[in-house]
Design a binder for this molecule. Structure first.
Ligand code: BES
Ligand code: ZN
Ligand code: ZN
Length: 508
């Protein structure tokens, strides 16, 4: 998608479709009671442009368009406009029409256009209490994310991607801020889509080795250092936990290490990103049921998020060192596979009793986190499709976040304000430690009970981070969307990329 800013009247934009935003200005709390349903909404167009207002005035006066979030209304051949269609996109209540609503609204416009064969789009940045940089960033992000589709292996696939997007910015806006917003939004969203593309690949086309190659190609393109190690190096590093997962597969594991270091980086923090890169999770000897097992191709979504985040970091160039690690392996049952009851020694020296070979993510991350610290990381973040239990706890609205340090968590919550992603904090109290006490080794890889499964997994990881400030993102329930949303396609969501990037930038 080619993007540009247009500092010209919206009426002059040459596009197959011009999208403008509208909000509901009424102050009633909701429209659930029948009396309120009949009341006419007070829809306000988020544009002061007289030509646009005139073109939309009749249809808005009918009251059939309520400006609900992501509601759309299409007008053909709008009078006075160079664009051939005018699309009005709702952002919901005016008080909630923030940059996050704009991001979704832009995605909705793109996903409205795609199936109709529309290839050129103009979106009018909202006017009113909107900051130009925030608006252009949100629109670029939403549009680029909305352009992604996952049907890559359809032989009759038609490329319906949007070719050109013009973001129309009011003449009064700060031009250089608007340019910055567009640039940052494009980098971050394209990096999130890069992660989605990796996640979307099936297990036979995304082995640990291939993931390593894709990371190395990306690193070469954007000037990052990249090393991809395999079995020999894992043995040398004594990564017994990681190796125990990989040993059941004919596919060799990959330890991917991406390094970003600006020449003038201060002696301050070194940020360590660690991602779970299980390219397929059968469960191993503790094999999963056949139903939905195909979904386990997305068990490398945490690793892909880290590779996507590094791609964005390489271009945004924050003034802080970053080491990105992905622990990639395939979890398979075989004559060589690790068995329930087996004992392994993690790189840190801790002994682990493997009670369930399907709890493999925490095993590879244990060594990845330890290694990241050895490479100098002072602040850690990991992302993993770690537990089904996090879906039970939080549903498919919030991902889980765990933190062993409040200050580090505060950095993350401020990153969420920019990214617009939803994460909910879950606890790590010492009392939970009893769940992973083993009778034969230092720890066991599953909890004594099924209760608090996401917490038990996080407590396991905590054993390997020590006192280093650390965040753990359990994205199991959010990494894959089962159905289309108005603003984004079903399939890999690319969750966590934007939040990780902003969290890293907060240390710059
Ligand atoms: N990859 C799964 C977790 C998962 C579940 C990801 C659903 C995405 C969607 C993980 O390796 C796993 O199997 N975890 C087990 C842990 C259990 C054996 C303690 C689980 O959640 O059941
Ligand atoms: Zn598993
Ligand atoms: Zn897994």
């Amino acid at each position: 998608m080619k993007t540009e800013l247009l500092f010209a009247p919206a009426a002059t934009a040459q596009a197959e479709l011009l999208a403008v935003f509208a909000a509901d200005n009424s102050t009633s709390p909701d429209s659930s009671s029948s009396k309120e349903k009949d009341a006419k909404p007070e829809v306000g167009l988020l544009s002061a442009d007289e030509v646009i207002r005139k073109a939309a005035s009749y249809v808005l006066s009918t009251g059939e368009f309520k400006a609900e979030p992501n509601e759309t209304l299409l007008l053909h051949a709008p009078e006075g406009l160079a664009a051939t269609r005018l699309l009005i996109v709702g952002l919901g209540k005016a008080a909630k029409a923030d940059p996050h609503a704009v991001r979704k609204g832009a995605g909705t416009a793109v996903r409205f256009a795609k199936p109709r064969g529309i290839r050129s789009l103009a979106i009018l940045a909202p006017e009113g209490n909107f900051d130009a940089a925030q608006s252009t960033r949100s629109i670029a992000e939403g549009a680029i994310l909305g352009d992604f589709d996952s049907d890559t292996y359809r032989t009759d696939r038609k490329d319906r991607s949007i070719q050109s997007l013009s973001i129309i910015v009011p003449a009064s806006a700060d031009k250089s801020a608007a340019e910055t917003g567009l640039r940052e939004g494009t980098i971050v969203a394209e990096s999130q889509n890069f992660a989605r593309t990796l996640i979307n690949e099936p297990g036979n086309r995304m082995t640990p080795t291939i993931l390593g190659q894709r990371a190395a190609e990306m690193a070469a393109e954007y000037g990052l250092k990249c090393e991809v190690h395999s079995t020999d190096k894992l043995r040398e590093l004594k990564m017994g936990a990681f190796l125990s997962v990989a040993q059941g597969s004919d596919e060799p594991p990959a330890l991917i290490v991406l390094t970003y270091g600006p020449a003038d980086a201060p002696d301050g923090p070194v940020i360590g990103l660690v991602g779970k890169g299980i390219t397929f999770d059968t469960g191993g000897i503790s094999i999963k049921p056949a139903d939905s097992m195909e979904k386990m191709k997305y068990d490398m979504a945490g690793g892909a998020a880290m590779i996507g985040a590094m791609r964005a970091i390489a271009q945004l160039k924050p003034n802080v060192k970053v080491i990105g690690i992905v622990c990639a392996a395939e979890n398979m049952p075989s004559g060589k596979a690790v068995k329930p009851g087996d004992i392994t020694f993690a790189m840190s020296g801790k002994s682990i009793e493997v009670l369930n070979t399907d709890a493999e993510g925490r095993m590879v991350l244990a060594d990845g986190l330890h290694y990241s610290k050895q490479l100098g990381a002072t602040h850690l973040i990991d992302a993993a499709t770690l537990t089904g239990a996090v879906a039970i706890a939080l549903g498919q609205i919030n991902a889980g976040v765990f933190a062993n340090d409040d200050e580090t968590y505060r950095h993350f919550t401020s990153a969420l304000e920019t990214s617009g992603e939803k994460f909910w904090r879950l606890p790590l109290d010492d009392e939970y430690r009893d769940q992973i006490r083993s009778s034969i080794a230092d720890i066991q890889n599953t909890g004594l009970t099924r209760y608090g499964g996401a917490i038990n997994a996080a407590m396991f990881l905590k054993e390997f981070v020590g006192d280093t400030p650390w965040l753990h993102l359990d994205i199991a329930a959010m990494a894959w969307l089962d159905a289309d949303k108005p603003w984004t396609a079903k399939g890999p969501s690319g969750v966590a990329v934007r939040s990780i990037v902003e969290w890293v930038r907060s240390y710059s």
